[in-house]
Each structure stands twice: as C-alpha cells, then as structure tokens.
Design a protein around this ligand. Structure first.
Ligand SMILES: Nc1ncnc2c1ncn2[C@@H]1O[C@H](COP(=O)(O)OP(=O)(O)OP(=O)(O)O)[C@@H](O)[C@H]1O
Length: 265
C-alpha cells in the first residue's frame, strides 16, 4: 500500500479485451483503455449498450483476464478476485439455501466474526438497504429488486476498500433507487471507498461521481472523462437543482447520444 491520498488506488493501463465469438470471428470489446482512480474517488462508467462497461468491471474485479494491458491495485497486479474488491454484478450471486441475514453475514463469517457479531453487521446493512424486516426470509421469497439489494448489503458487509458495482440500482423502482442513491452518498462520504460504478442513468452518474468515464463503442474505448465539480456533501434534491448539474447532464447525454447514433448507422 502506498498510503498516499493522490497515488492511484486502481490503475488500468492499455487494456484490450478480445472475445472469440461462436462464429469464430474476434470481437474487440475493449481497446486501449487507460485510467486511474485515486483512493476514495467515485468514478462512474457510462456509454451505449455493448461498449464494454461490464467487461471492464469484470477485468478490474479479476473475474476476467485482459487480452493485453494491466490492472493494478495499490501497485499490485490484479490476477484474480480479492475480498478487497467487493462486487455487485448484474447476475448477482446469493445463496438460495441461506436466509437473507445469513447471505449478508457471509463476508464477516469468512473473516471469522462470531455469530453474534456477523449477525449484528448483517442487520446494520440490511437496514441500510431497507430490508431489515426480511432478515429471516429466504431469497426465493423476495422480488428481483429486493435480491439486488441483498447483493448490495452483502458487499457492504464485507467492507472492501473498493466497490465495483454494475448497474446496482438497475432493477429497482424509481423511488427505491433514489433512496439507495442517497444511502450510497452518505456511506461514501463517511467511508470514502474507491468506487467504480456502471450505470445507464446519466442523472445517477452525475449525482454520485467525482468523475464520469464516457465510453464509445465498436470497439469499446474511453471517449472522454468528465470531472464532476459539484459541491460535497451532496443532497440529491439540492444537487439536481443546480444549473451546473443540468449542464453536466446535457454534456454527457449529447456525448453518449452521438455514439449511439453512430453505432446504429
Ligand atoms: N463472454 C463473451 N463472449 C463473447 N462476447 C462477449 C462476451 N462478453 C461480452 N461480450 C461482448 O463484448 C461487448 C461488450 O459487452 P459488455 O457486456 O461489456 O457491454 P456493456 O457496455 O456492459 O453493455 P450493456 O450496457 O448492454 O450491459 C459486447 O459486444 C458483447 O457482445
């Protein structure tokens, strides 16, 4: 660990990813992707469907190898998953045979926390995602959006130094989504984790982030990185009312729209 606030926490250097498709053609999902995240930075990744956002997150998570290039965390090369890098993925992984609370308690359990301690931690994060009442339920008794929230609570309970989140609020209704955005803002302000956050919502990206990476497609690459110079701490309602919020939102929207139109031609 470098321990320096401005040293890169995550560094992605010249990453390419090629997939061999079923038709044997090669598909270049990522081309020469480079960026660095400082410790405690919140970065969102946006871009048209298929531009490689999930692929990039999987590579940083160590769940997928890059074809070329490197990812380092605290100067150490990523070669596989680590409990330091918590993930919330689109195909969330919860254990169907465990009660909700025991799903969330899994990380603390792996760290050797006592039953009482891990249940206390799990309860705390279940409250955070608004599922305190469902602690003793089984996942099959919950909706898709509720399961998604379990996956978020599970990651929070592991207390990783890096959050890698792929559309974590995608399956939620608009109101729950807003509540969880606020919760994530408060948690981030308190703990200052380094976050890579994939989203289709430009509004969400601008609200939460320090910087927004806009990706282009075919092949997936970084088009631009937009700094979000909005004041913190952020309260969603106040932030959305600021003229800069609208300007940033429109800028990113136009950038993605241009990409999407080009892709569809
Ligand atoms: N395992 C795989 N094998 C072959 N091609 C893949 C594989 N995974 C992803 N791809 C391709 O890589 C490209 C990027 O996919 P990815 O899921 O990363 O995009 P995305 O930006 O996250 O898309 P979306 O916004 O629709 O979720 C797509 O063209 C996809 O078809």
């Amino acid at each position: 660990m470098t321990g320096q606030a401005d040293a890169p926490h995550i560094s992605v250097d010249h990453v390419n990813k090629r997939f061999q498709t079923a038709s044997r053609a090669q598909l270049q999902a990522l081309k020469d992707v480079s960026f660095a995240a400082t410790r405690g930075e919140f970065i969102s990744i946006v871009g048209p469907s298929g531009c490689g956002k999930s692929t990039l997150l999987y590579i940083v998570a160590g769940l997928l190898d890059a074809s070329d290039g490197t990812v380092t965390v605290d100067d150490e090369r990523v070669t596989g998953p680590s409990p330091e890098r918590g993930v919330v993925l689109q195909n969330f992984s919860i254990f169907p045979w465990r009660r909700v609370i025991d799903n969330v308690a899994y990380g603390p359990e792996m760290r050797g926390a006592s039953r009482q301690e891990r249940r206390r931690i799990a309860r705390q994060y279940l409250e955070t995602v608004g599922l305190g009442e469902f602690a003793e339920y089984f996942p099959r008794e919950l909706s898709g959006g509720m399961k998604q929230r379990i996956a978020i609570a599970q990651m929070l309970a592991c207390n990783p130094s890096i959050f890698l989140m792929d559309e974590p609020f995608g399956a939620l209704d608009a109101l729950t989504r807003e509540v969880l955005q606020e919760q994530l803002l408060r948690l981030w302000e308190r703990d200052r984790k380094t976050v890579l956050f994939v989203t289709h919502s430009i509004d969400e990206a601008v609200l939460l982030s320090d910087r927004v990476i806009v990706m282009a497609t075919r092949p997936g690459r970084i088009k631009e990185i937009v700094p979000i110079d909005l004041p913190r701490p952020r309260r969603a309602e106040e932030i959305r009312a600021l003229p800069q919020f609208g300007t940033l939102r429109r800028h990113i929207w136009a950038s993605i729209r241009a990409e999407t139109l080009e892709m569809m031609q």
